[in-house]
Design a protein around this ligand. Structure first.
Ligand SMILES: [Zn+2]
Ligand SMILES: [Zn+2]
Length: 389
């Protein structure tokens, strides 16, 4: 059990893994099958990695962490990760550790328990930084690393604030190239494999469409978006609108399938900008449409609702345009009778606002105002009503 240590002593002690482990009776660390001294982490930013082979989330996270670690090592950053195993036995520990390019504490369930208690580990996987820096991020780094990859290094609070500020700047926007291009890539791709320079898109209204082939609601929304896209591309002479697909497909094959049905552009699948855009715009579900104005500034993240409701009429999706549409629709409703008796239907029809419906007379889609039957599922466009005299 830990005593009520002096604060300062605790802070210095907690920054050095050699001290921590020596106090627990550990004599060496493992690097592959080799034994290495406890001092192997000296002078490095050290993180404890609590994980187990049987844990699903660990399996998803591990390859990401390996990638981050390799990237940091390649750029000569001083990082050390020490695996603390919650595997069931020595054999499973060895299996698990095989996939890790970093160090490990020799397998010892009781030691793992003590260390996890000491570092307030609440779940697996857990990546805990050891630091004497008062400003250090105290909590688990798993989410932070998933979000930012190698950029999260050196995992401090100030680094987190810096990255958040960058995201906010991109969210507020103003520079399309900052948002869509990426080191070594200044283009997006078209269905036919053509590269389109991001600089060619500057000055257009942009829709960032987040979707995936495996998601049925995306198919429905994409069909609607396609109508809007075609309408805007044929109607406007200068083609001041463009859609860019940000895929959340599970693999390249699915991405190719998605792209096949899209006449617009896409961020390349291999590019981490896809992930970045989801993070910056806080995309929690798909389909989702983020609208960006000709000045590169974000108009809104509610493009899906706007497109579903108003279609191409809503272009250029500005607040004033949406206000106009809303007012016009209200006015339209005010001019209509509250109820009508139509010659085609036996019941009284009442004026109603419906998000989307199919007119039972002309079989075309309708939005907002409808004359609907309370008794049966019957809707008419106001213009399709033929009143009985
Ligand atoms: Zn109709
Ligand atoms: Zn009816």
């Amino acid at each position: 059990m830990e005593g009520p240590d002096d604060c300062q002593a605790q802070s210095i002690e907690s920054s050095n893994i050699a001290t921590i482990l020596a106090a627990q009776g550990v004599e060496f660390l493992l690097s592959g099958e080799e034994k290495v001294p406890l001092s192997s982490c000296d002078g490095k930013t050290t993180c404890l990695f609590f994980s187990a082979n049987w844990c699903r989330t660990c399996k998803t996270f591990l390859p990401q962490l390996v990638q981050v670690y390799d990237t940091l090592r390649k750029s000569c950053e001083k990082i050390a990760i020490v695996f603390i195993s919650f595997d069931n036995n020595q054999k499973e520990f060895e299996e698990h550790f095989k996939c890790m390019p970093w160090l490990a504490v020799p397998f010892d369930v009781n030691l793992s328990r003590r260390l996890s208690k000491r570092h307030h580990v609440k779940h697996l996987p857990s990546l805990i930084p050891l630091t004497s820096d008062e400003k250090a991020v105290p909590e688990d780094l798993v989410g932070f690393t998933e979000d930012y990859g190698a950029e999260a290094f050196p995992f401090t609070k100030s680094r987190r604030q810096e990255l958040k500020a960058k995201d906010t700047a991109k969210l507020e926007g103003g520079n399309l190239e900052d948002l869509l291009a990426h080191e070594g890539r200044n283009h997006v791709i078209a269905m036919d494999g053509r590269n389109v320079l991001v600089s060619e898109l500057v000055g257009k209204t942009i829709g960032l469409y987040f979707g995936a082939h495996w998601c049925p609601p995306c198919h429905t929304f994409a069909a609607r978006l396609l109508e809007v896209y075609n309408a805007l591309m044929t109607n406007s002479k200068e083609q001041c609108f463009e859609i860019i697909f940000v895929s959340t497909d599970r693999d390249l094959n699915e991405f190719d399938l998605s792209l096949k049905s899209m006449p617009w552009l896409a961020i390349p699948y291999s590019d981490k900008t896809r992930h970045e855009l989801c993070r910056i715009f806080h995309i929690k579900g798909i389909p989702s449409l983020v609208l960006i104005g000709p000045d590169g500034k974000t108009i809104g993240t509610n493009g899906r609702a706007i497109i579903s409701l108003y279609g191409a009429e809503a272009f250029p999706f500005t607040e004033s345009k949406l206000g106009e549409l809303e007012a016009a629709s209200r006015k339209e409703g005010d001019a209509l009778p509250r109820e009508v008796k139509d010659i085609k239907h036996e019941h009284l029809l009442k004026l109603d606002t419906v998000k989307a419906y199919l007119c039972d007379s002309c079989k075309k889609r309708g939005r907002f105002w409808a004359f609907s039957c309370d008794v049966c599922d019957y809707d008419l466009h106001p213009a399709c009503v033929e009143e009985t005299s």
